[in-house]
Design a protein around this ligand. Structure first.
Ligand SMILES: [Zn+2]
Length: 265
């Protein structure tokens, strides 16, 4: 009798644990459109064409009632490729108050990923330690968009510089993974969705399909060997988890997620 009681209690606890698993969704926000010269993105002279379409994406991950933003695009108005629809407005369209965002994960410190941090006042900034150190160095690293972090530094907002992978919600559903090379602290994001399955958001580990397929390294990257190792990591994760890889700057990957305001589940 006693054993049965404890067994029932155990099963009950398991059931309530699984019921407590939080629903996770992923939404793409359009954070800009433009073109780039692909020749800059190969240090082995792989390309001869002079222009390639680029997209600039931001993402929202909902985990139960918590909200995380991944990358923030250019500051509106700062460059021709920037969006004229501010991130804060797009968030409101999907019923997210920018001040309620719990985490903002940044793949790396470049201006096209860090232009709209300011409205996310109460978020904890998750960023690779190598990039955070580059922003705060005297003088800062050349390609770091220090301006984008001005409020973070001046107002002493919450920041977690990451030197290891980070399981954001402690349940394996959202993981920020180290993928250095493009910059010293570059990261990618793994989001495990119930219906769609695992999704990898590339950051700038690669910028377009051809570089992913042929291990292409931009001449301006911080470290060539690290870049190749990171591309290999992405490929291995994709293979092992059967994950969908979304290359953030490649317009051909926009359609892998439902069109805004819909989200992948
Ligand atoms: Zn970049």
């Amino acid at each position: 009798m006693k054993h049965r009681f404890w067994l029932a209690l155990g099963i009950g606890a398991l059931l309530s644990l699984s019921a407590a698993a939080q629903e996770v969704t992923l939404t793409r926000l359009d954070c800009g459109t433009g073109t780039n010269d692909p020749r800059r993105f190969s240090d082995t002279f792989a390309y001869s064409e002079t222009t390639k379409p680029f997209t600039f994406s931001c993402y929202v991950i909902r985990h139960g009632s918590d909200v995380m933003v991944w990358d923030t695009g250019y500051l509106p108005g700062s460059v021709p490729s920037a969006t004229n629809k501010p991130l804060a407005d797009l968030l409101k369209q999907i019923n997210v108050n920018p001040e309620d965002v719990k985490y903002v994960g940044i793949s790396h410190y470049h201006a096209d990923h860090t232009g709209q941090l300011a409205p996310l006042k109460n978020a904890t900034l998750l960023i690779g330690k190598g990039d955070w150190d580059g922003i705060n160095a005297t003088p800062p690293m050349g390609s770091a968009n220090v301006k984008g972090f001005a409020e973070w530094i001046a107002e002493k907002r919450k920041v977690e510089p990451l030197s290891v992978d980070k399981d954001v919600f402690d349940d394996g559903t959202v993981m920020m993974l180290r993928a250095p090379g493009h910059t010293p602290g570059h990261s990618i994001l793994l989001v495990r969705l119930k219906e769609m399955g695992p999704v990898i958001l590339s950051g700038d580990a690669v910028h377009f399909h051809e570089n992913y397929e042929h291990d292409g390294v931009p001449g301006f990257n911080y470290d060539r060997a690290q870049t190749l190792a990171s591309i290999q990591r992405v490929k291995q994760i994709a293979k092992n988890l059967k994950a969908t890889v979304i290359i953030q700057h490649d317009p051909r990957d926009i359609g892998k997620l439902p069109a805004f305001p819909a989200s992948a589940k």
